[in-house]
Design a protein around this ligand. Structure first.
Ligand code: AMP
Length: 125
């Protein structure tokens, strides 16, 4: 069920629980601004999620409310995860779902990193 990204941040969402250490994750990277972990239902040979440490519902919320330092730290963390996993040479795809039409299911901003082989068309219609 897609979330409504206009609602206030809900601290019970699953990624908030992962950030608080209440739920396990397959951690790939962590720094002061971001946590990266493997998606539990991978849709590509490599499928990593990168989330900011702050309480942001979506890309829309993050871009509006986060500090310049948080935004820079998060963007650099996404790129660092991809670089450290050796994905740059063969390429990768970033995706951030926002709201109902995108199918966003978790109400904490997350960027998907897909890689590990040809990823096919951008959208299947
Ligand atoms: P989205 O549809 O963009 O909101 O993506 C949510 C993603 O979170 C999906 O790809 C799920 O497989 C993934 N996911 C949900 N719960 C977990 C979890 N506990 N650990 C890792 N990935 C998860």
């Amino acid at each position: 069920m897609p979330i409504d990204p206009t609602l206030p941040y809900d601290d019970t969402n699953i990624f908030a629980r992962i950030l608080r250490g209440e739920m396990p994750c397959s951690k790939v990277y962590e720094d002061e601004h971001a946590l990266a972990f493997n998606d539990i239902f991978p849709q590509a040979p490599t499928h990593v999620l990168v989330i900011p440490k702050g309480r942001y519902v979506s890309w829309d919320d993050f871009s509006e409310r986060a500090s310049a330092e948080e935004i820079a730290g998060f963007v650099r963390a996404v790129a660092k995860v991809a670089r450290d996993k050796g994905l740059v040479a063969d390429g990768y795809r970033l995706l951030a779902n926002v709201g109902q039409h995108s199918g966003q299911e978790v109400a904490h901003l997350h960027v998907h990193i897909f890689a590990g082989g040809p990823l096919g068309p951008m959208l299947s219609r």
